[in-house]
Every structure is written in C-alpha cells, then in structure tokens.
Design a protein around this ligand. Structure first.
Ligand code: FAD
Length: 454
C-alpha cells in the first residue's frame, strides 16, 4: 500500500494501537482524541477501571512489541472465584495451568502504553479534539477543540473510526449509505465500586482470580488491580422487582442489598455508599452494524463497529484483534477500498459470533456458575478436554486462550454442548461421576462430529 495520510478518530485502546501499527507501515497517521492526555491528567475521577486481557489481545500487543510492557501493569487471574450466598468460595480454574490465564489490566495504564507506542512509531496525537462531522464529498474532517470550542476543518482522504460505541465516524458513514444498525438493549446496567487494599497493605481477597457473586438475575464481579485494590462491578436490571436499579437507588439501599446478598464483600468495602453515590450508572447493550466501511474513505473498527456486552471479557480483545487483522491485510494491499471490504468480510462474522457468545455468557455468569447441572457439564467438559485435548477444547478456552476465529469457536461450542447433554442425559443424577460416563460413546461422538483443532 502506498504511504498515505490516514486520520484516526479516537485515541482509546483500538485507536492508539491502530495508529502505531499504521505508522510502523510508513503511513502518515494523525489521531484526534476528544479527551485530554490521560498520561498527564487524572481521568475517571481517579477511579481504577480494569479489563480482562486474553490471548487475542495479547497477540496483537505482541505484534506491536509491547506485550511485556503491558503485562508489567497486569495481575494474573487463574480462574473464577465464586462467592456463594453463605460466604463460602470456590475457585474454578479457567484453563489447564498458568499458561491458560487472563490478566486484569488498568484501562488508563494500558491506554498510556498504547499512546506511547503510537507516538514512538511516528503517529501524531491531538488531544482535546473531537471529530464532529465528515464531509465526504469535499474530503473534509470537521473538528471541535473541546478546550475552547474552536472549530477546525482539515483535508481527509482515509479515516478510521476508533471512536467507540457512540462513533461519530459511524454516524457519518450512515449519513451516506444504509449501514443497517440494530441495537439490542440488555435491560441491565452497572455501577463501579471498589474494594480498597488492606490497611496494612495487600489484597483483601485472593488476588489471582476474577471474583464473582452470582445471584440469579443479577451479580457482582471484582477484578484485581496491581496496587492491591479490586474494581467491583455491580450488574442489576435497570428496572423491575427488587433488586433492580429502580429499587436500589440510594447509598443506604445499596448497603442493604450488600448486607442481604453480598455479605462477605461488605466488610471490605468501606467506601460502598460513597462510590454508589458518586459513580455513574451505565447501561449495556449490543449494537449490530451491517456495513462498516464507505468505499476506501472510511472504516470503523473496535467498539465503533461492534459494541458487545462485557460478559466474555472480549470487547477490547476483539478490538485489538481487529487492529492486528487490518494491519496484516495492509501488508499485501494496494487499495484502501478493497482492504476495507476484505476486513469487513473477514471480521464481521466473527464480531457477530462474539456478540452472541457474550450475551450467552451473561446468563451463564449470573445464573449458572453455581448450578449443579452447569457444574456437572463443566466437570464432564474438563474430563473430555483432558482425554481429547486436540479436539474437545472448551468454548471458553477457544475464545480466551486460542485465536481460532470466534465464529469457529461458536460453531464448535454448539456441537460440544450437544455432546455434553447427550452424555449426561444417560446419567441424570446431580453429582457428576466419571465412572458413570460411557467413554467409548464419548469418543465416537467426538470423532463423528469434530475434527482436531489446527
Ligand atoms: P473505546 O475504548 O470506547 O475508545 C474510544 C475512544 O474514542 C475514547 O478515547 C473516546 O474518548 C474517543 N472518542 C469518542 N468519540 C470521539 C470523537 N467524536 N472524536 C474523537 N475522539 C472520540 N473488554 C475486554 O476485552 N475485557 C474486559 O474485561 C472488558 N470489560 C468491560 C467492562 C465493562 C463494564 C464495559 C462497559 C466494557 C468492557 N470491555 C471489556 C469492553 C471494552 O471496554 C471495549 O470493547 C473497548 O474499550 C473498545 O475499545 P475502542 O478503542 O474500540 O473504544
């Protein structure tokens, strides 16, 4: 691809990584980010917001040469630590060993490393600049300086929208062509809270786990931060019978909910009422967008193209995989329009698949992680994975620890679930006992329906 002036809307996670990768290919890259430079300013009121980083995201960071630097800011999570209502806990490992783990990473620190990478590769980043409108007929980008409201108009030939779920670039493409947007609200929202480090220093809970308090129609989770705190996210229905954000509105109502439902967390959350009062309530949903590109002039990727629910911990990982995919397509390309079309062809089925799996994972996390049928299925799944490691790979592992396309992981996951149901149907007792499984039938079903993974 000849060296081109490329503009990027958004210097968040995807925007900063994409900028660095494009600049490394010799393109002249300019990023416009509406917020200030988070490496210099306190953002999010000083709150620690963290994300689970998995193999797909790590691979993209590896391609950029910054994996080690990022992992220096991350805490390993080996599995889910499930907190039952009576306060007992149980650790369900994610993978076979410490090669199959995920990492809790602070969003601001990660974004900072990515911005350093982008600038080191030669991208220019303009903070405090919001992309307002795009005039494709005139090849013009219209910006607003968020600091003084000044407006600027710049020439623009190739624009990549990495400006998140409310993307201005997506809206501009939609003004030119039908992009087929369909939004599915979840009807649930979330609030971020905190478990601080112990007074004497150190973590108040097992640090190397993603903690989860599943309670049927709702749940709380907590991810560790390197400084000893945990970021807690409380997910509740937006409205309806107790508990919902309609019935839990005040700090006192939040305390009453925690006393009742998350009693073991309450003593280690001294700032619960303050956090509940101060932190915003945010809503969740899935946006499907049929078209992501306008000729060779504009493309959206990451959350700008496919905002998904956070329950598989894959939104950022998928956004990073987008960046690596576009970068590799550009290696052999001569034409932006063809590259954008190919990117859409390759990535769209996978974005749809992870959107579906994230919805399914929500039901699993909030309802099923302590349900006996679910535990029996997971136990059998682990046995099959140990006996047929090349062929029967749990769906969570395919999504989290491998880089096979999400659509393949979803299709194989459906076949595997059916096999689990068929094998367990022959033994409907609640407690899973490997001695009661017909292993020759298991082998036959797996060999008939699945091929070994590459
Ligand atoms: P964003 O991170 O939204 O970045 C967009 C950037 O564009 C921002 O910097 C914004 O300021 C800027 N911007 C916006 N509009 C404009 C404009 N008009 N002009 C200029 N700049 C603009 N993913 C995971 O992989 N693992 C997790 O554990 C995980 N947990 C999550 C938990 C929650 C509660 C939520 C809501 C999401 C979670 N995600 C997780 C998803 C993840 O946050 C997103 O998928 C990821 O941030 C997408 O990156 P992005 O760069 O595409 O968009």
């Amino acid at each position: 691809m000849p060296e081109t002036d490329v503009q990027i809307a958004g210097g968040g996670l995807a925007g900063a990584l994409m900028a660095g990768l494009l600049a490394r290919r010799g393109h002249r890259v300019t990023v416009f980010e509406r917020r200030g430079d988070l490496r210099r300013a306190e953002v999010d009121g000083g709150r620690s917001i963290n994300l689970a980083l998995a193999e797909r995201g790590l691979h993209a960071l590896r391609c950029a040469g910054i994996e080690r630097e990022v992992l220096a800011h991350a805490v390993m999570m080996r599995g889910r630590c499930v907190h039952a209502q009576d306060g007992t806990t149980r650790l369900l490992r994610y993978g076979r060993d410490d090669s199959e783990v995920i990492w809790s990473i602070n969003r601001s620190r990660l974004n900072g490393v990515l911005l350093d990478f982008a600038e080191a590769e030669g991208a220019r980043v303009h903070f405090g600049h919001r992309v307002d409108r795009i005039d494709f007929a005139r090849d013009e980008l219209r910006l607003v300086d968020e600091r003084d409201g000044a407006r600027r108009v710049l020439p623009c030939r190739v624009l990549i929208g990495c400006d998140g779920a409310g993307s201005a670039v997506r809206a501009a493409i939609a003004a030119e062509i039908a992009i087929g947007e369909a939004f599915e609200p979840l009807g649930h929202g979330y609030k971020e809270l905190e478990i601080p480090p112990l007074a004497a220093g150190g973590f108040a809970l097992e640090p190397n786990a993603l903690h989860i308090w599943p309670r049927g129609g709702y749940m709380a989770i907590a991810l560790p931060n390197t400084e000893g705190s945990f970021t807690v996210t409380l997910f509740l229905p937006n409205e309806g019978p107790h508990p919902s954000f309609e019935t839990v509105r005040t700090p006192a109502e939040a305390r009453a909910l925690f006393e009742q439902e998350f009693a073991d967390a309450l003593p280690i959350m001294p700032g619960l009422e303050r956090d509940f009062a101060e932190n915003p309530l945010a809503s969740l949903g899935t946006l499907r967008v049929a078209e992501w590109a306008l000729r060779g002039e504009a493309l959206v990727l990451g959350d700008a193209a496919h905002p998904i629910l956070p329950f598989h911990g894959q939104g950022m990982n998928c956004a990073f995989e987008d960046c690596a995919a576009l970068d590799s397509l550009l290696g052999d390309a001569n034409d932006w329009a063809e590259t954008f079309a190919e990117f859409h062809r390759v990535r769209k089925p996978n974005a749809d698949a992870i959107a579906d799996m994230a919805i399914e994972n929500y039901t699993e996390m909030r309802d099923r992680v302590d349900d006996p049928d679910f535990l029996a299925q997971r136990a059998l799944e682990a046995e099959l994975a140990a006996r047929f490691p090349e062929t029967f790979v749990p769906r969570y592992a395919m999504v989290t620890f491998r880089r096979i396309p999400y659509a393949t992981a979803k299709a194989r996951g459906e076949i595997q679930s059916q096999i689990l149901r068929e094998l367990l149907a022959a033994d409907p007792t609640a407690d899973f006992d490997p001695a009661r499984i017909d292993w020759s039938r298991a082998r036959a079903l797996i060999e008939q329906r699945l091929t070994p993974l590459p």
